[in-house]
Design a protein around this ligand. Structure first.
Ligand SMILES: [Zn+2]
Ligand SMILES: [Zn+2]
Length: 87
């Protein structure tokens, strides 16, 4: 039985060559997971994680500020509709 020779894929996150494409032997992350480069250290870090896996820099998503704004607008709309009805 010959072991399946998979091309060694260096983990884009920790550089480890062990494990498989779906799971790094070093950090346990999916080597093919969506990634982005850190604005602080420039290394790749999984897009799914909120902090850089190298320098722990927190990412602020472009949506982060919009969510509270939408919630506040939604509450304001409800309050306004109630207030208008009470007039
Ligand atoms: Zn890794
Ligand atoms: Zn970083």
């Amino acid at each position: 039985m010959t072991p399946e020779v998979a091309p060694l894929v260096a983990c884009p996150f920790c550089g480890d060559l062990t494990g498989e494409a779906g799971r790094c032997g070093g950090c346990g992350r999916n080597k093919q997971a969506p990634r982005r480069s850190c604005t602080n250290c420039g290394k790749f870090t999984p897009s799914a994680e909120a902090n850089c896996c190298h320098c722990r820099q927190a990412f602020t998503s472009e949506l982060a500020w919009k969510v509270p704004v939408i919630i506040v607008l939604f509450i304001a709309a409800i309050v306004l509709s109630v207030a208008v009805r009470m007039l």
